[in-house]
Write a protein that binds this ligand. Structure first.
Ligand code: KIV
Ligand code: ZN
Length: 510
């Protein structure tokens, strides 16, 4: 076993395939920067040929995010490889990641290709990719359901053709830990040239075994582990980065291997991904769920108070939770605020710093103690950089248990003020209806989420909405100490996002 395992993060590619998730370039860049800060080894930035937006995002990450390998996925097809290379070529360490399915089911029903054709295509396309890029990863899609002999043969072929990494996906989350570990061991024992390349694994979570399968592969010789933050990904998702890392670290006695990850960035990364994707982390989720470090029963509380290790196998501080230090007060100046932003890892333009500073001052007036997580929430609102085609000027709500909720909103567009009123089933519904009237189009509200950024009655409320418009999904976020204002801001954010992506022609067409 090598001294260090490599972490290949595919949150921006497989993770983005989570139903309803649709990140823009700024959001992908922000996540990529945070992944680099957490020190993942490889960022799979996207699938360059999938759309112009995907291409631009991969390219922007390759050009701007340093200190990591940046990969683009591509089918084993020349035009896909060309596009992947165009997108990653300016990375400090570029990688082309090409794949083709190797199971009978996929070859027969999806590819409609024979074994021989798939073999020739895989080898030919790895050779083709090698003309551009030294670092080429080959994935045998649905490897765990492929005939072992064919899998060995194709792996030998691509290794001879120059692949540097061979990835063994459990594409449909079908395998079990013992079986998957055995597959990796058999590959090591039966594939010529396997010792010249890195073995990677990529496990899906359809039966809830993605992390276990990944760790079993590690014990049997895999040196690169593919995973996503919060376990996002197709269907039931991928193996969760935070689970793999904390398992390896907490049970170093068992796994006997290190990693490069700065675990104190795990919580922050999880929050950022959840907030930008709009996908909730379940409260009882291992490592990053809200209850992961909560002790409910009296016996447990007593134990933890006497000696933490009675019921805590890892500390909240080790994932960056509890480092929720008090920051500046209302008398703090701009310089101290800028220093705090730098310490938190933000690199904002001067006008963004000014806006964030104004919001901070505003918050410091309302809230006794401003914490790092408050600052992150305030700045996070700006990350998406959605053009404010409509700006919120003011809103008023009338609501109670014996009256119909009514809302009036005033928005500004191109210097003109538009005022509309509407009723609704509660204050939030009334406000959303008034906003839709003002912009002249409606959207389907798929999900509404309200959470407190920190503890306490004066905490910032953070609202995330997921809406659909003409079959496209958009996430909007808003924060405020007033939860109705946070809701209005979140819906406005989703409205502006829908307009900026679908075009101004949707305005006024309800
Ligand atoms: O699940 C899978 O097989 C994949 C490959 C394309 C790596 O995502
Ligand atoms: Zn996958």
């Amino acid at each position: 076993m090598p001294a260090q395992v490599k972490i290949f993060d595919t949150t921006l590619r497989d993770g983005e395939q989570t139903p309803g998730v649709n990140l823009n370039i700024q959001e992908k860049l922000e996540i990529a920067r945070q992944l680099a800060r957490m020190r993942v080894d490889v960022i799979e930035a996207g699938f360059a040929i999938a759309s112009p937006g995907d291409f631009e995002a991969v390219k922007a990450i390759a050009e701007n995010v340093k200190g990591v390998t940046v990969a683009s996925l591509c089918r084993a097809v020349e035009k896909d490889i060309d596009r992947a290379w165009e997108a990653v070529r300016y990375a400090e360490r570029p990688r082309i990641h090409t794949f083709i399915a190797t199971s009978d089911i996929h070859m027969q029903y999806k590819l409609k290709m024979s074994e021989e054709e798939v073999f020739q295509r895989a080898v030919g396309m790895v050779k083709y990719a090698k003309k551009f890029c030294e670092d080429v990863e080959f994935s045998a899609e649905d490897a765990s359901r492929s005939k072992p002999e064919f899998l060995y043969r194709i792996l030998e072929g691509v290794i001879k053709a120059g692949a540097t990494v061979v990835n063994i996906p459990d594409t449909v989350g079908y395998s079990t830990p013992e079986e998957f570990g055995r597959l990796i061991r058999n590959i090591r024992e039966n594939v010529d040239g396997i010792h010249k390349v890195e073995i990677s694994v990529h496990c899906h979570n359809d039966l809830g075994m993605a992390t276990a399968n990944t760790l079993s592969a590690l014990l049997n010789g895999a040196v690169q582990l593919e995973c996503t933050v919060n376990g996002l990904g197709e269907r039931a998702g991928n193996a969760a980065l935070e689970e793999i890392i904390m398992a390896i670290g907490t049970r170093k006695d068992f796994f006997g291997i290190g990693h490069n990850i700065d675990t104190t960035q795990i919580y922050r990364t999880s929050k950022l991904v959840s907030s930008l994707t709009g996908v909730n982390v379940q409260p009882n989720k291992a490592v990053v769920g809200a209850n992961a470090f909560a002790h409910e029963s009296g016996i447990h509380q007593h134990g933890v108070m006497s000696e933490k290790s009675t019921y805590e196998i890892m500390t909240p501080e080790s994932i960056g939770l509890g480092q929720n230090r008090m920051v500046l007060g209302k008398l703090s100046g701009r310089h101290a605020f800028e220093e705090k932003l730098k310490e938190l890892g933000y690199s904002l333009a001067p006008e963004e710093i000014q806006k964030a500073f104004e919001k901070f001052k505003d918050l410091a007036d309302k809230k006794k103690v401003v914490l790092d997580r408050d600052i992150e929430a305030l700045v996070g609102e700006k990350v998406s950089q959605v053009p404010e085609i409509f700006q919120l000027d003011s809103f008023q709500i009338s609501s109670g248990n014996k009256v119909v909720s009514t809302s009036m909103v005033s928005l500004v567009r191109n210097g003109e003020t538009i005022t509309e009123a509407a009723t609704g089933d509660g204050p939030v519904d009334a406000a959303f209806n008034a906003l839709e009237r003002a912009v002249g189009f409606s959207m389907e509200l798929e999900d509404y989420r309200l959470g407190a950024v920190t503890e306490g009655k004066d905490a910032l409320g953070e609202v995330t909405v997921r809406v659909t418009k003409d079959g496209n999904s958009f996430v909007g976020r808003g924060v405020s100490t007033d939860v109705i204002e946070a809701s209005v801001k979140a819906y406005m954010n989703a409205i502006n996002r829908a307009i900026s992506e679908l075009g101004e022609n949707i305005i006024g067409k309800s």
